[in-house]
Design a binder for this molecule. Structure first.
Ligand SMILES: Cc1ncc(COP(=O)(O)O)c(C=O)c1O
Length: 389
């Protein structure tokens, strides 16, 4: 047989999703892959029941059902503070995951460099390589996860640098970029003529004292930004696989072309039912944020009581915890996580799958779970020292 593609030689399967499989096989509480164990809003699932009887069940309009796009433009326009044209400035995708693939293909050529902050969401690395591009990493330094503007400038200055991926609020660090940081990033991207691809699925999960600011709302940034997001987290429907890209028409035209051939369209009945979510009033997002603050408090109070050091997230539902005190000599973080699943019954993700730097004592744990699941996980973790050391 002829040689298969070589592009995959620098990435494995997703470690996050692998941890889910190991967790399921061992009956562990799965705090690795980030998805809730509570139900989506009832109004959305009720609408899905209606739609199952009346349709649509056939191919959707490729760029997204018109009523979905109208509702999306209204909702996003409201939060982004600008008018969005549902015909020319949006596309509905199979999660933010497909939107990222479409966008990278639309903006880059093989050999281009794509800058991303590290720790990074692991999809970006594989997606960059799949497009024949080269990832360039700018460290977010623990425990504050700040970056050095000079290091960022060095990365953006390279002539091959085409785009910067900005995950905000950031998975896995929980960082919410401030206006001052966004301004530094924006100014450098304008200076070196670099596109920005934002990935913002946690835009509504931001904790007290922090504020999510959309990069495309900064002066001169709308023109060079493709904003990606998702319904997965905001409406607790990660399995529905609904996401989108928003960008000015000249960029969007290209993104749409890739969507057309990568996906044909997003799931028609699910788009139809999810319109109810997009039309929720502001109070929905307030209650949603309050619920996450409640889960975060349960979980972080518990970790403090047990004595597991961690960085308090500013947004998202992820925590980076320091497992250094519980690791055996010579043990890798992946070995630690696998042993934790077997001995303690809790699954998390080894930090090495997010960090480019040599950081081997950190794991990512998520807390998008019912109160009882969080208490159960904390009870199991209470014995971590005895069981792991
Ligand atoms: C930062 C980030 N981007 C994208 C995704 C994938 O989102 P979607 O379900 O919309 O494909 C996730 C899911 O965990 C994520 O954390």
């Amino acid at each position: 047989m002829k040689e298969m593609s070589r592009k995959n030689q620098y990435f494995t399967d997703s470690v996050i999703r692998r941890m889910t499989r190991i967790a399921l096989a061992n009956n562990a509480i799965n705090l690795s892959q980030g998805y809730p164990d509570f139900d989506p809003p009832k109004a959305i699932t009720d609408r899905l029941a209606e739609i199952s009887a009346i349709g649509p069940h056939q191919y959707p309009i490729t760029m997204g059902a018109p009523n979905f796009r109208r509702a999306l433009a209204k909702k996003c326009g409201h939060f982004m503070g600008r008018e969005i044209d549902p015909e020319t400035e949006e596309v509905v995708t199979i999660g933010s995951t497909e939107a990222m693939v479409d966008t990278i293909f639309a903006l880059t050529n093989p050999g281009d460099k794509i800058v991303m902050f590290s720790p990074y969401f692991e999809n970006y690395y594989a997606q960059t390589l799949m497009a024949g591009c080269e990832p360039v990493f700018v460290p977010l330094v623990p425990p504050q996860y700040n970056f050095d503007p000079n290091v960022l400038e060095d990365a953006l200055r390279m002539p091959e640098t085409k785009a910067l991926i900005l995950c905000n609020p950031s998975n896995p660090s929980g960082k919410v970029f401030t206006m001052q940081e966004l301004t530094i990033i924006a100014d450098l991207c304008k200076k070196y003529d670099v596109f920005v691809i934002t990935d913002e699925p946690y835009e509504h999960i931001v904790y007290e004292g922090h504020k999510h600011i959309y990069m495309n709302s900064l002066p001169g940034m709308w023109e060079r930004t493709v904003s990606l997001s998702s319904l997965s987290k905001t409406y607790s429907i990660t399995g529905w696989r609904l996401g989108y890209a928003i960008a000015p028409e000249p960029l969007m035209k290209r993104v749409k072309q890739y969507h057309d051939f990568n996906a044909v369209g997003a799931p028609a009945p699910l788009m139809e039912a999810a319109v109810v979510g997009l039309e929720m009033p502001d109070s929905y997002y307030k209650e949603f944020g309050d619920h996450y603050a409640h889960m975060k408090k349960i979980f972080t109070d518990g970790l403090k009581d047990i004595g597991i050091p961690f960085t308090d997230p500013q947004g998202t539902y992820f925590i980076l915890a320091d497992i250094g005190p519980f690791m055996k000599k010579g043990q890798t973080d992946t070995e630690f996580c696998e042993e934790l699943i077997r001995k303690v019954g809790v699954a998390c993700v080894p930090g090495s799958s997010f960090f480019r730097e040599d950081v081997r004592n950190i794991v990512r744990i998520h807390f998008a779970k019912k109160d009882e699941t969080l208490y159960d996980a904390l009870n199991r973790l209470a014995d971590i020292k005895k069981k792991m050391c």
